[in-house]
Design a protein around this ligand. Structure first.
Ligand SMILES: O=C(O)CCC(=O)C(=O)O
Ligand SMILES: [Fe+2]
Length: 513
């Protein structure tokens, strides 16, 4: 899979670089071949146009006969063109296994639609290369330094992914863009395009029909017939739509709604939190929040105390700034890189991949590198918790993909059957999540019920308790990694379990604690 981690996306950039070099060699060879053909053409053409060049000249007569018997067949039956194409094909075969597959194109298209939804982006804007938000006067969340727009065929592909799943809300928006762009360039053909204006009209018409908008379906189908009058299927559709409109049997089209794909009960809050910039201290929270240097009674922190920013009291969430250095972050990403695999989520007793978590991750033992060991010691010092095996999980390093996200979830197990209990050290009492990278836009960590979000702060560590002191899961910790709008987001998770913390975080029978 390519689209599920930006590291993999970056890797296929290298594959395209190799393809580019192959195509350049092919263009060079083919241009030279055409130049040679043109030279022959010019030479013979000049003879034909020169009144002085008479076949009375025995040399010219000889060369005419030789040309017709030998030169022309050599020209016409030359293998050069085939050899050039074969070299190009062989070059493609060499990189073919590295190239993204159909599931990647689907995933990438779903990523664009996710960004469209979560950040309320205009599809027209996206097709034009800008990230405009619906609603006047709202600032763009991301302004790329180099603006790239999408082609008609690009928009068609996104629309087609929605269309194939019966999601006409998205297919209409994207196919509208495809139709508009194809109309503008009608008559000029791009060799890379797989779709055409007719394809886009056909799919858009059917999407409108399914959405109950018969008059749009009719006018688009008529436009289709203008370009391809012999198409019987579309002609029948036109007749059907006309009849529906005449008899008034067409259901009136209600507003198109977004499909409720994944299990997101509180989607509005989630999206609003993802769009909000920065941490949001409300007036009633403010008195409890503040920054402090913490040594936590640990000699380890005496010389360099932790820089703690309180984010929330209930659930207890704190952000430790400059928790790691740039160099440590790079080391950890480098160690994890070769081991990254599609992230999974707990599903009953098993683990499986899911659309609601798009990233790749790897587990690092503290024996992997002194940097990992030092990081664990720092986590232990700052939290005051026991991280020795089996009281904590290995360090999980995560690289998000295109539109990568982790929809609202709990880190702790909510069922006794969860695979989390395999470690036999209880539930996940606390999470320490370190931001190993910055991002250009998006990717905040949103706490849905607690109603705040934390932006990605490079090198900072976010700490929160998942369980209450009585061992119950704290429902207020429902949180999410918002889709990455732009950039390469990396985080590292350290999950600390209940066992071993009995004297470090004493329990309480009060369910409020
Ligand atoms: O990436 C984030 O901001 C959140 C990640 C998260 O919640 C997780 O990995 O469990
Ligand atoms: Fe989480």
């Amino acid at each position: 899979e390519t689209y599920t981690a930006m590291l993999s996306v970056r890797r296929v950039l290298g594959s395209e670089g190799r393809l580019l070099r192959r195509l350049r060699a092919y263009l060079r060879e083919e241009s030279a071949r055409l130049r040679r053909l043109a030279r022959f053409y010019e030479k013979v053409q000049a003879l034909h146009q020169d009144p002085e060049a008479s076949v009375d000249n025995p040399l010219l007569a000889f060369s005419l006969i030789k040309r017709l018997h030998s030169d022309w067949p050599n020209i016409i039956y030359s293998d050069e063109a085939t050899e050039n194409t074969q070299a190009l094909h062989a070059g493609f075969k060499e990189v073919e296994q590295e190239l993204p597959g159909a599931e990647d194109l689907d995933g990438a298209a779903r990523a664009l639609m996710r960004l469209q939804d979560v950040y309320a982006l205009s599809v027209k804007g996206m097709a034009n290369g800008v990230f405009q938000r619906a609603g006047a006067g709202r600032p763009a969340l991301y302004s790329p330094s180099r603006r790239v727009s999408l082609s008609a065929d690009d928009c068609f592909h996104v629309g087609k992914v929605a269309y194939d799943t019966g999601d006409y809300y998205h297919s209409i928006a994207w196919l509208e863009e495809a139709v508009g762009l194809f109309r503008l360039s009608y008559g000029s053909w791009n060799p890379e395009d797989r779709s055409s204006l007719e394809d886009a009209l056909d799919h858009l018409a059917f999407s409108y029909f399914m959405a109950g908008n018969i008059s749009h379906a009719l006018s688009l189908s008529r436009e289709f017939l203008h370009y391809d009058p012999g198409n019987q299927r579309v002609a029948r559709n036109v007749a059907k739509y006309e009849k529906l409109l005449e008899t008034g049997a067409a259901a009136s089209a209600g507003p198109l709604r977004r499909p409720n794909g994944t299990h997101l009960q509180s989607r509005d809050t989630y999206e609003e939190l993802c769009q909000r910039p920065g941490v949001q201290p409300t007036p009633e929270r403010l008195p409890h929040l503040g920054c402090s240097y913490e040594t936590n009674g640990s000699p380890y922190l005496l010389l360099q105390p932790a820089k703690k920013e309180m984010v929330q009291i209930q659930p207890y969430v704190a952000l430790y700034h400059d928790f790691i250095s740039d160099a440590e972050a790079e080391t950890i990403k480098g160690l994890a890189g070769p081991w990254l695999q599609r992230s999974v989520v707990a599903s009953g007793e098993k683990q499986q991949k899911a659309e609601y978590r798009i990233s790749k991750s790897a587990w690092l033992k503290d024996t992997a590198d002194p940097v990992v060991r030092a990081l664990e010691q720092r986590i232990a010092a700052v939290t005051g918790l026991d991280l020795r095996p089996p009281y904590a999980e290995y360090l999980q390093v995560v690289n998000y993909g295109l539109g990568g996200h982790y929809e609202p979830h709990f880190d702790h197990a909510t069922s006794r059957k969860s695979p989390l209990y395999r470690m036999k050290s209880g539930n996940r009492i606390a999470t320490v999540m370190i931001y190993l990278s910055a991002v250009e836009a998006g990717g905040s960590t949103a706490f849905i019920y607690a109603n705040f979000s934390v932006p990605v702060v490079k090198n900072a560590a976010l700490f929160w308790w998942n369980l209450r002191r009585n061992g119950d899961g704290d429902g207020d910790t429902l949180h999410a990694g918002c889709p990455v709008l732009a950039g390469d987001k990396w985080v590292a998770n350290k999950w600390i379990h209940e066992h071993g913390q009995e004297f470090r975080r004493p329990c309480s029978a009060n369910p409020q604690d």
